[in-house]
Design a protein around this ligand. Structure first.
Ligand SMILES: [Cu+2]
Length: 402
């Protein structure tokens, strides 16, 4: 189940060896004790023997445990060295623990909350913390290293089997400690390259023909007016179409809802003179791609809105570890209904009422220590590295949470 890596094997060997020796010693001592209780009790041996000086016994109980302990030490040392000896060709990824998420920074500067690594390339992790002590724990690779603020430690592993492996925090770090989870995704070289170049998120720049090809729509629909198995999809926007609903004819105008429904549940409204052979795409197309597809058909401009950028940012930056977006309180005030709300804050020991406007959100994000919301602990780390654009996007998103 776990990838077979030499460091992993060595750690396991040390563990099993020490565990077995401990088990044998425990059983041996317990049996000897019970046996001696029986054999040498007062009824059977009224006279205690008084043995003085037994060289052989003394040598044995010194030498045998010494050999066992040295063996355990050697095996442990060997696995420790394997865990600490990073191969030269390792990719370096920076890991930062913070309340309550993990942040991975890749060699090209890309930041993500999850760890993607290409298969069969050793990975070195430079581990630190932004706030309190955390512990970076990946059971599959037998890694458990404290993440300490102001100190950078390291660990490495060799991902030689594709799959997703758990990352946990193994040092209690506050109320959401148990949710400080992430994953190692071991993927092939190609997928890693895609991930690192950010292509995974680039649905914004795809073109309509690309998407129609991707989902096999172009087998039945043209974009040049030609009628194939299905109606052409060019200038569908606002087109009047006769459709058959439950056996009755009806004229509709192709709007966003109609187009979406035609893709997800094509059997509901059948375009007249066509057969009901289009497969339903419900559950086949991810929401964001479906929206892009529909927007492109409607010739809407393709731009990811600031709100979406903001939504992704607060997730990537770990704000959602403390701030909810649904009104519930995690460890901080919720972002819901925050915009323009009246807030009681404490500044230089005095209480003020302020309005949560753009400026307030800006300052609260970059320099949270300046004003502390009444009733909350000053645990928020400063996000002073966020750019004005990023904070603007976050603010837009907060504004949308009504
Ligand atoms: Cu933690």
């Amino acid at each position: 189940m776990y990838p077979l890596v030499s460091a992993v094997n060595k750690v396991d060997f040390a563990f099993i060896l020490i565990y077995s020796i401990a088990a044998v010693v425990l059983l041996g001592i317990t049996f000897a004790m019970v046996y001696f209780l029986f054999k040498y009790n007062k009824k059977r041996h009224p006279e205690p023997a008084d043995i003085k000086g037994n060289l052989l016994a003394e040598v044995l109980w010194t030498v045998i445990p010494t050999i066992i302990f040295m063996g355990m030490f050697f095996v442990g040392w060997d696995s420790f060295v394997a865990l600490r000896s990073v191969p030269k060709n390792a990719i370096e990824i920076n890991v930062e623990g913070k309340m309550w998420s993990w942040k991975f920074t890749y060699p090209n500067g890309k930041v993500d909350k999850e760890l993607y690594v290409p298969i069969n390339k050793p990975v070195k992790l430079n581990i630190t913390s932004a706030d309190v002590i955390h512990s970076f724990y990946v059971p599959a690779y037998r890694i458990k290293i404290d993440a300490v603020p102001g100190l950078t430690t390291y660990a490495w592993f060799n991902p030689n089997k594709k799959g997703d492996y758990d990352i946990l925090c193994a040092e209690y770090c506050g109320v959401r400690h148990a949710y400080m989870l992430s994953k190692v995704h071991v993927v092939d070289e190609e997928e890693y390259a895609k991930f690192i170049s950010g292509e995974k998120e680039k649905t914004a720049n795809v073109t309509l023909p690309e998407l129609l090809d991707k989902y096999g729509c172009s087998d039945c629909h043209s974009l040049n007016g030609e009628v194939l198995v299905g109606p052409p999809l060019n200038d569908i926007k606002g087109r009047k179409t006769i459709v058959i609903i439950d056996g009755k004819e009806k004229e509709i105008v192709a709007d966003e809802k109609y187009i979406k429904d035609s893709i997800l549940y094509p059997g509901k409204e059948i375009v007249k003179d066509f057969e009901n052979i289009m497969p339903p795409y419900d559950g086949e197309i991810p929401e964001n791609e479906l929206n892009t597809l529909v927007d492109l058909m409607l010739n809407k401009k393709q731009e990811i809105s600031n709100i979406e950028v903001g939504k992704k940012l607060i997730d990537d930056e770990g704000c959602t570890g403390c701030h909810s977006t649904d009104g519930s309180i995690i460890a901080a005030p919720s972002f819901k209904n925050l915009y323009n709300a009246k807030k009681q804050v404490i500044k230089d020991g005095k209480e003020y009422t302020v309005t949560a406007d753009e400026e307030y959100i800006y300052v609260s994000t970059k320099y949270p220590e300046r004003e502390i919301v009444k009733g909350f602990d000053p645990i928020m780390p400063p996000f002073d590295y966020l750019t004005d654009e990023q904070i603007k996007a976050i603010t837009e998103y907060i504004k949308s949470l009504k």
